[in-house]
Design a protein around this ligand. Structure first.
Ligand SMILES: *[C@@H]1O[C@H](CO)[C@@H](O)[C@H](O)[C@H]1NC(C)=O
Ligand SMILES: *[C@@H]1O[C@H](CO)[C@@H](O)[C@H](O)[C@H]1NC(C)=O
Ligand SMILES: *[C@@H]1O[C@H](CO)[C@@H](O)[C@H](O)[C@H]1NC(C)=O
Ligand SMILES: *[C@@H]1O[C@H](CO)[C@@H](O)[C@H](O)[C@H]1NC(C)=O
Ligand SMILES: *[C@@H]1O[C@H](CO)[C@@H](O)[C@H](O)[C@H]1NC(C)=O
Ligand SMILES: *[C@@H]1O[C@H](CO)[C@@H](O)[C@H](O)[C@H]1NC(C)=O
Ligand SMILES: *[C@@H]1O[C@H](CO)[C@@H](O)[C@H](O)[C@H]1NC(C)=O
Ligand SMILES: [Ca+2]
Length: 466
């Protein structure tokens, strides 16, 4: 006897669909955590997987340099342009605003002329390596959504490693190696992102794409190619994000690959523009970076569609009764079921996997003793009685099945609470009746059950005109 339950559910689905049709353009984008719907119990919430919009993440990071005093200008120094070693009248002076090159200038609004940039001291201690670590920390888990792009105003480094951390800087893994000669620098075969396939996506490569061919004006950027990697699943123009999301959902390693809490740019050897280092002009060699792009979204485990920056800290605005910086736990009193992340599946709207109130569960299976079985309906976050007996229906078996009416002299938990309408099949339009047991009669028929004829009619499998 599942029919009454199915009816109730179907009714709720229908109203839910109507309620969400106002947002057709947002379908499949996971930007709504819940929407309003109606069941025969009244208004209700309908829950969906959701995530914050992708944004420029450089606004929210802290930057640390190692060595800490590696920025040029303290004491003031002169340096040469790389194209022309005889032009050494450029000055870096930390105490003069126009001549200072502090780390913030890697993250300011670019597009100004001239560009603003951070610059290191020059390679005075050659042949001791000029090594600098630039560490970017969010103190929050971030999912990358676009290429990391580093723009150099010096030549691009001859050796560099991009590293990531997933545990707030406790451990680090390489993301990509960069060198003019990968074999020589890292004993790795040179590869490019085009060599990567779906099966080797997690492989860490060394690339010579962004170090070779020193051209001052044009080739200033070093990339970590997120979009090319996405494209292996989503197609060249990323038109099939559903396929990518499906993969991310089922493969934790893949999801983690694009997830970070910190990034570290390890600059190991500056551009020299030649095979030999000119020891007489070491102030030609330094690092200068004008811009770093990191595009991503807060990781909220598909339980939040916004992430706020308050008191220098990013936090997901958790829905679905989850909590924690990444919505990684169930709230107190909502732990009736183990926490789990929301799911991108089924495409396009996903599954919310909301946290369930402790009080909701078999204990609260309230069915007026017409059933002792309940079912938890995820999308509505409610418990519904299953297989209501005694001709009842509804979330708590509190209504009468169609074709039955409420016995006014019986309590809700009485076996006799619903009375068969018993409408005469020939005299009535339907087998339903109103709250006092009156059926809806066809023309000529009368009586509570439509089993009698009005004057002028004769009973003959219904009332017929004389
Ligand atoms: C940075 O500080 C260390 C230790 O105080 C010192 O040895 C080093 O020369 C300094 N480097 C620069 C570039 O000022
Ligand atoms: C940079 O980070 C690496 C590890 O990621 C560490 O071994 C090294 O000592 C750090 N400092 C410098 C100046 O390279
Ligand atoms: C990082 O965030 C946690 C809370 O999520 C906070 O307790 C801690 O102080 C933060 N650390 C830094 C360095 O801001
Ligand atoms: C650069 O090197 C050349 C020749 O090696 C030398 O004449 C010149 O003085 C050097 N420039 C500086 C600024 O040291
Ligand atoms: C927790 O879930 C209930 C539904 O069970 C909802 O009414 C309530 O608003 C939620 N609380 C929060 C803070 O999201
Ligand atoms: C209505 O309920 C009362 C109380 O249980 C019962 O005695 C009576 O028979 C019921 N009426 C019908 C028509 O079933
Ligand atoms: C049911 O219909 C009858 C006849 O039309 C009417 O007298 C009665 O008030 C109705 N009862 C309810 C609860 O609407
Ligand atoms: Ca800048």
């Amino acid at each position: 006897m599942r029919f009454p339950l199915l009816l109730t559910l179907q009714a709720s689905w229908l109203t839910v669909c109507v309620a969400t049709q106002h947002y057709p353009t947002t379908w499949g984008h996971y930007d709504l955590c819940k929407s309003h719907g109606y069941t025969d119990e009244g208004p209700t919430w309908y829950y969906m997987a959701c995530q914050p919009e992708a944004a420029d993440m450089t606004k929210y990071l802290k930057v640390f340099l190692d060595p800490p005093n590696i920025t040029c200008g303290d004491p003031p120094e002169t340096y040469c342009t790389l194209e022309n070693p005889y032009m050494c009248n450029n000055e870096c002076d930390a105490a003069t605003e126009e001549l200072a090159h502090p780390p913030e200038l890697m993250f300011d609004f670019e597009g100004r002329n001239p560009t603003t940039f951070w610059q290191s001291s020059s390679w005075k201690k050659y042949p001791k390596p000029l090594a600098v670590n630039i560490t970017l920390s969010w103190n929050k888990t971030i999912e990358l959504t676009d290429d990391i792009v580093i723009t150099f105003e010096s030549g691009r480094p001859e050796q560099m490693v991009l590293e990531k951390s997933l545990d707030y800087g406790r451990s680090w893994q390489p993301y990509q190696f960069y060198a003019t000669d990968c074999l020589d620098a890292f004993t790795m075969e040179p590869k490019t992102v085009r060599d990567i396939t779906q099966h080797t996506l997690l492989d860490i490569i060394c690339t010579e794409e962004y170090s070779r061919g020193y051209v001052w004006k044009n080739d200033k950027t070093v990339r970590f190619e997120i979009k090319d990697r996405f494209a292996l699943f989503a197609g060249p123009k990323l038109h099939n994000m559903a396929s990518l999301y499906g993969q991310l959902d089922t493969t934790k390693n893949l999801r983690d690959f694009f997830t970070i809490t910190d990034l570290r740019i390890r600059l190991l050897r500056p551009a020299t523009g030649a095979t030999m280092v000119d020891e007489n002009n070491l102030s030609r060699y330094f690092y200068a970076i004008s811009d770093i792009k990191v595009h991503g979204r807060c990781k909220c485990n598909l339980h939040a569609n916004s992430c706020i920056y308050d008191k220098e800290k990013l936090t997901c605005e958790c829905e679905h009764n989850t909590t924690g910086p990444d919505c990684g736990r169930c709230k107190r009193n909502y732990q009736a079921r183990a926490w789990s992340a929301g799911s991108y599946l089924p495409i396009p709207k996903g599954t919310a996997n909301i946290c369930v109130p402790n009080s909701v569960g078999p204990v609260n299976c309230e069915c007026f003793s017409h059933s002792n079985r309940c079912s938890y309906i995820e999308v509505l976050n409610t418990v519904i009685c299953v297989s209501c007996k005694h001709n009842t229906r509804g979330q708590h078996c509190q209504l009468c099945k169609l074709g039955y009416y409420r016995n006014a002299s019986a309590e809700l938990d009485d076996e006799n609470v619903c009375i068969d309408c018993n409408c005469n099949p020939f005299g009535s339009d339907t087998d339903r009746c109103n709250g006092t047991g009156y059926c809806k009669c066809k023309e000529g028929a009368t009586g509570a059950k439509c089993h009698e004829c009005l004057p002028g009619y004769l009973w003959d499998n219904g009332c017929k005109c004389k």
